[in-house]
Design a protein around this ligand. Structure first.
Ligand code: ARG
Length: 465
């Protein structure tokens, strides 16, 4: 039966009017989902091979389809593909071009498939790659942090709580804290990947497929770990997007903290680091300025990744089963978040590896501020005094030193002994910065040996990734 069609759309049979241009523009996703083309083609190739294996296509038809799809991939890559805005998404654009190229065989490709399971497949394939890429880039930043930690094992800086100088730590220990965070981020992504790596194709529009298809075959072709177990769920949930988005947002939170410290440390008030000129920007008005814009943008871009996560949670929360067009709104936030994370990891790795640390300024800051007060209290604990009493007594000594504008180690032995006869001459060696660092040997502490072990362990993990 031939009918005169009012529209090029695949659903033209049912429709007597062409789509309103405003509606076409409003509903189209081709502007952003075209970047899924590689995955859409890979999915279609696997689907076509499966249809041939199951006798739903002839071998010759499948070969024609596969060759046509590969040509289309080349056209898109070379920028020769004409994206027609009336074909609303990448799935329809590629299918229409295939039919144009190979005719009737092309018109059989969509057998036993819906765009609903197709788009879920494309997104899962995209995410598999993207998660791998983010994990690789995170390794790059970890390596930069580790290299700086190893190169500066002797630098002592103030450790802070409440943004107040608290106790001395090694710069290396401080940098390795970020390596720990990034390792957890990588583990989270790896875990999320297990749930991304599930084949949704074969779910049809929502109810499954009534033709004799072979889902296991497709899973093998596309190297999926498992098959989705419920067709309604497979076409309509996006938790496999939300989990990586959460992992991206948390990773960015960690990068944002690092960025914040770089901004602070580059200020004259801290002066702990010197930014490489190539990674700073000047002011159009103030000639003296050197601004840490890269770190600021890393901090700023974190907001978009939170936005993406909240957007997806919100899109999904009110949806009845199964597929609803709302789900088309999943792509832009996902792409934006993944792009932001990748770009930030890349630039932060270069920035970190090119930071110059100002050891003298760090040391100076660690020496001013009574960072050895806890150790002075511990000294008396070792001599049997209850910690609460030593805390009180050292508090009084800090007050005295403040009044005299001197450091704790500049109080005389007589003054110390007036506070407690337990003080002896060896107290001065006990409270040097080096001594404070050196005795924090418990696992996870800032003693040089403990930090070296942490570095070694981190390197082993990175090698076995
Ligand atoms: N462009 C759509 C999306 O991104 C593809 C699926 C459309 N399915 C449909 N039945 N309208 O979700």
């Amino acid at each position: 039966m031939t009918v005169k069609r009012k529209t090029l759309k695949p659903w033209g049979g049912r429709f007597a009017q062409a789509t309103d241009p405003g509606v076409e523009a409003y509903t189209a996703s081709i502007q952003f989902d075209r970047r899924l083309y590689k995955y859409d083609i890979a999915g279609s190739v696997a689907h076509a091979r499966m249809l041939a294996k199951c006798g739903l296509l002839t071998k010759a038809e499948a070969d024609k389809i596969v060759a046509g799809l590969e040509e289309i991939g080349g056209e898109i890559e070379r920028g020769e593909f004409r994206f027609d805005p009336s074909l609303e998404d990448i799935h329809m654009a590629i299918e229409a071009r295939l039919i144009e190229k190979v005719g009737e065989a092309g018109a059989k490709l969509h057998t036993g498939r819906s765009r609903n399971d197709q788009v879920a497949l494309d997104l899962r394939l995209y995410l598999r790659d993207e998660i791998g890429e983010v994990r690789r880039l995170a390794v790059g930043l970890e390596q930069a942090l580790i290299a700086q930690a190893e190169a500066h094992l002797d630098l002592i800086m103030p450790g802070y709580t409440h943004m107040q100088r608290a106790q001395p730590v090694l710069l290396a220990h401080h940098l390795m804290a970020y390596v720990e965070m990034l390792e957890r981020d990588r583990a989270r992504l790896h875990d999320a990947l297990r749930r991304v790596d599930v084949l949704p194709l074969g779910s049809g529009a929502l109810a499954g497929v009534g033709l004799p298809i072979d889902r296991r075959f497709v899973a093998k072709e596309l190297r999926f770990r498992a098959l989705s177990a419920n067709s309604l769920d497979a076409v309509s949930d996006r938790d496999f997007v939300i989990e990586p988005l959460f992992a991206f947002a948390l990773l960015m939170t960690h990068l944002s903290r690092l960025a914040e410290e770089i901004v602070l440390w580059a200020s004259a008030e801290f002066g702990f680091i010197e930014l490489p000129d190539a990674f700073a920007t000047g002011s159009s008005m103030m000639p003296q300025k050197k601004n840490p814009d890269v770190a600021e943008l890393a901090r700023g871009k974190t907001g978009r990744t939170f936005g993406a996560l909240v957007a997806l949670l919100t899109i999904v929360k009110g949806l009845p089963l199964s597929y609803n067009r709302d789900l088309q709104e999943d792509k832009e936030p996902l792409f934006d978040s993944a792009d932001s994370v990748k770009a930030t990891l890349l630039v932060m790795a270069s920035l970190v590896s090119r930071l110059t640390f100002c050891g003298d300024r760090m040391r100076q800051a660690a020496e001013d501020g009574f960072l050895n007060a806890t150790d002075l209290a511990d000294y008396l604990v070792r001599k049997g005094m209850p910690f609460r009493q030593t805390h009180e007594m050292v508090g009084l000594l800090v007050r005295r030193a403040l009044a005299r504008r001197c450091r704790l180690e500049e109080l005389s032995l007589d003054e110390l002994q007036a506070a407690s006869p337990l003080f002896e001459r060896d107290v001065f060696a006990y409270i040097t910065l080096e001594a404070c660092i050196k005795r924090r040997t418990a696992i996870g502490g800032t003693a040089t040996g403990a930090v070296k072990k942490a570095i070694k362990a981190a390197k082993v993990k990175l090698r076995s990734r």
